[in-house]
Design a protein around this ligand. Structure first.
Ligand code: C2E
Ligand code: MG
Ligand code: MG
Ligand code: MG
Length: 282
C-alpha cells in the first residue's frame, strides 16, 4: 500500500501534466487574492476606437492586465480561461465592471466623453446577479448606461442561448449596448445573427491584420460591413495595424477602427495624454 502511494507521489511530481495542473491551481489562488486585495496587480487598459466619419475617438475597449507580485505577466486569454473554468469569472467581471464604470465617471468629471466596452463571458450573462450589479454600479457612479457596451463572442452568446438572449435584451432595455466580438470566426449562422439583440459587430482581427494585402479579406470585410449595416448594426474593425488597412476600411464605410496603428491599449492616464496629443484641437 505504502509502495503504491510512494509511486503515486513520484508520478505526481514527475508528470508535466500534473505540474501544469498544480501551476494553474496556484495561479487561480493568486488571482482570487489579487481580486480581493485590489493592490494594482490587476489593472485595466483602454484601447481607443476611432470614429471614421468624424475622425474622433468616441469609444474605448477596456482590456484587463495582470502582473503578478513576482513581476511576471500573465496573458489575459490564459487567466480569463482559468477564471471561466473555475467560476471565478463572476468575481473577476464584477471587479472589471466596477473599475471601468468608475473610470468612465472620472472621465466625465473631467469633460472627457468616452463610451467604454467591457468584455464578458457566457457565465456572466447567465449569472442572475449580473444585471442588477451592473445597474447599481452605474447608479453609484451616476453613469448613463448608454456609455457602456458589453462585448461578447459568438461562442459566449450561443451558450445558454435562450436565457442569454433574454439577459441581453434586458440590458439593451436599460440602454446598455451589446457588441458581438470576434465576428466571422465563430459559429454564428446568418439566421442566428438576425436573432441576436446586438448593436455592434466587431470583425475579428484575422480579417483585418493583412487587409491591405489580401483581396479575399477585402471581399469578406466589405460584405460583412454591408451585411452589418443592412441588419442595423454599427461595424468595428479590430486589429488595424497599418494606414493602408485604415484607409480601406474608411472606403468600405466601416464605422470604427481599433488597432495598434492607432494605439495600443493604454492605462487611463496615458490614454488621456494620448487623446490630448492626437485628438484635441487647440
Ligand atoms: P478581444 O476582446 O477580442 O480583444 C482584442 C485583443 O486584440 C486584445 O488582446 C488587444 O490587445 C488585441 N489587439 C488590439 N489591437 C490589435 C492589433 O492591431 N493587432 C493585434 N495583433 N492585436 C490587437 P488582449 O488584450 O491580449 O486580450 C485578449 C482577449 O482576452 C480579449 O480579446 C478578450 O477576449 C479577453 N479579455 C481581455 N480583457 C478582458 C476582460 O476584462 N474581461 C474578459 N472577460 N475578457 C477579457
Ligand atoms: Mg473585445
Ligand atoms: Mg475581439
Ligand atoms: Mg478574442
Amino acid at each position: 500500500d505504502s509502495a503504491a502511494s510512494d509511486h503515486e507521489s513520484i508520478h505526481y511530481y514527475q508528470s508535466g501534466e500534473d505540474e501544469a495542473h498544480l501551476e494553474r491551481l496556484i495561479m487561480l489562488d493568486e488571482l482570487k487574492q489579487a481580486i480581493i486585495d485590489d493592490d494594482g496587480q490587476l489593472f485595466m487598459t483602454y484601447q481607443p476606437k476611432l470614429h471614421m466619419k468624424t475622425q474622433k475617438i468616441d469609444k474605448v475597449e477596456s482590456l484587463i492586465r495582470w502582473q503578478r507580485k513576482d513581476g511576471s505577466w500573465v496573458n489575459p486569454e490564459l487567466f480569463i480561461d482559468l477564471a471561466e473554468q473555475s467560476g471565478l469569472i463572476v468575481e473577476l467581471t464584477a471587479w472589471v465592471v466596477n473599475t471601468v464604470v468608475a473610470q468612465v465617471a472620472n472621465w466625465q468629471s473631467k469633460g472627457i466623453e468616452l463610451q467604454a466596452a467591457i468584455n464578458v463571458s457566457a457565465q456572466d450573462i447567465a449569472f442572475s446577479g449580473f444585471h442588477s450589479a451592473l445597474v447599481s454600479t452605474l447608479e453609484k457612479h451616476k453613469v448613463d448606461p448608454k456609455l457602456i457596451t458589453i462585448e461578447l463572442t459568438e461562442r459566449d452568446m450561443i451558450e445558454n442561448e435562450e436565457k442569454g438572449i433574454k439577459a441581453l435584451e434586458n440590458l439593451k432595455a436599460i440602454g446598455v449596448k451589446i457588441s458581438l466580438d470576434d465576428y466571422g470566426v465563430g459559429q454564428t449562422s446568418l439566421g442566428r445573427l438576425k436573432m441576436l439583440p446586438i448593436d455592434e459587430l466587431k470583425l475579428d482581427k484575422c480579417f483585418i491584420l493583412k487587409l491591405d494585402e489580401s483581396q479575399k479579406d477585402q471581399f469578406i470585410v466589405q460584405s460583412s460591413i454591408t451585411l452589418g449595416h443592412q441588419l442595423g448594426f454599427s461595424v468595428v474593425a479590430e486589429g488595424v495595424e497599418t494606414l493602408g488597412s485604415l484607409e480601406l476600411l474608411k472606403d468600405m464605410q466601416c464605422d470604427h477602427a481599433q488597432g495598434y496603428y492607432l494605439s495600443r491599449p493604454l492605462k487611463a492616464e496615458l490614454l488621456e495624454e494620448w487623446l490630448l496629443d492626437h485628438y484635441v484641437s487647440h
